[in-house]
Design a binder for this molecule. Sequence first.
Ligand code: GLC
Ligand code: CA
Length: 542
Amino acid sequence: MQWWRESVVYQIYPKSFQDTNSDGIGDILGIITRLDYLEKLGVEAIWLSPVYQSPNFDNGYDISDYESINPEFGSMEDIELLIDEAKKRDIRILMDLVLNHTRDKHKWFLEAKKGKDNPYRDYYIWRDPINGEEPNDLRAGFGGSAWEHDKKSNQYYFHLFSKQQPDLNWENPQLRQEIWQMMRFWLDKGVAGFRLDVIDLIGKVPNEKITVNGPKLHEYLQEMNQEVLAGRDTLTVGEAWSASPEIAQLYGDPSRNELSMIFSFEHMVLDEQPGKSKWDLKLFTLLELKHAIAKWQVALDGKIWNSLFWNNHDLPRIVSRWGNEKEYRVESAKMFAITLHLLKGTPYIYQGEELGMTNFPISDMSEVNDIETHHMYVERIKKGYSKKDIFHSINAKGRDNARTPMQWSGSKNSGFTDGKPWLHINPNYSDINVEAVLADPNSIFYTYQQLIKLRKENPVIIWGEFKLLLEAHKQIFAYERSYKGETWIVVANMSEIHVTLNLDDRQGEKPVVIGNYPKKTYQLNKLDLGPYETFVVKDNFL
Ligand code: GLC
Ligand code: CA
């Protein structure tokens, strides 16, 4: 049980992973052709971003049928084959479930729209106008009001994302039953769990303007657990932008029977002005970054399981974001890999991270696919923002940065497709690609492979207690992990500045367990670290 504490999960964004029928869109058969690659990397689970029937307006996060597959991605047989083929390689499949909203083309919504007495009406959230206007001033994540007027009934429906993504009404017990049944449908097919999209929103109370962490959120998750998950060995990870370590306990305390873990984002929003949007950037220090990480490590230690990630399909590539994608691309990518995988929790790798894939620079809106970015652009142009500012934000934070197709080789279209790719391929694919990293024993790929292997062989990585070292150091992120008398020390120069320091008075050379510079040993009392230099040693003095 609880294999997920010991495993590393790999996120696949199917649209950009591997195309097999030359339509320029990745597909499920494409994933199957790459399972050997994932097995070589060593991952034991795949989080598959949504492949359900969907108009793909928000790339699958707008589901119109939870129990069928988008023909662009393949068929139900294809997904069953994927589950089987993955299993042969000891890889489990996690489905991505969007339960906060459906697409407006979902049959429930099509029915609900028919009128106030339709049996599906109450599956969604409808309110009468107030003084002829929206019931209140709640805003949608993708811009504009959260309320959309329905002419036919003269009511408004509620949507926290685009108006094509109406929010489900979780208060309705029948709706919940349909959801439980659908989840069982997937588990019965052999999937090993779910990533639960924006799960912190399902308990919303629009009348009181409560969107996140609503009063019934945890009641619903406990019901989900009883009805669907109990007795099954699943991994469930909830996306919870609003979570604090205290809230994480509500989701993840094993005695409460809710989820295995959540994704928390405190370390991912440090570059945002508090209270504003993700596009409003601010400078932050490495000190803040390591303190945000350490805070979660310490608060959850021994009680609640953590998830660990730098990247996903909504975030820019970490190596471009907070590393150096130019002269220290390899060093900084490995630094991020090592510092993350040695923390306590389940690490997630987002496709291409293991190659050190970088952001794609955007200079014109015609290059943008992401609906969030399009909405923001229109809104900000109206408000009078300069194009320069807008593009600065897009290049820093836009979601297309990480959604460009996987770079498999240096040949045409990076080996992703024979057709025209749905989104531009980063021109650096001739240098940065799977073929190249596999051929180079010092590549980022082998650092990831080694990290995954170390995890399998060393319980200290999974279970060890975490302790932050050099708390106030402005460049160095250093910590210890200890378990059953064994201590590992992780030291990372997260900056480009040369750093010399004495970490420990005891003398002697310590052999490197894993690192990103060619050195074989380190002397902790005489450290001299170059840009992004990172290493792990065992404290064998004890
Ligand atoms: C989540 C998904 C994101 C999607 C949104 C709405 O944040 O990760 O891609 O657009 O929810 O479903
Ligand atoms: Ca295809």
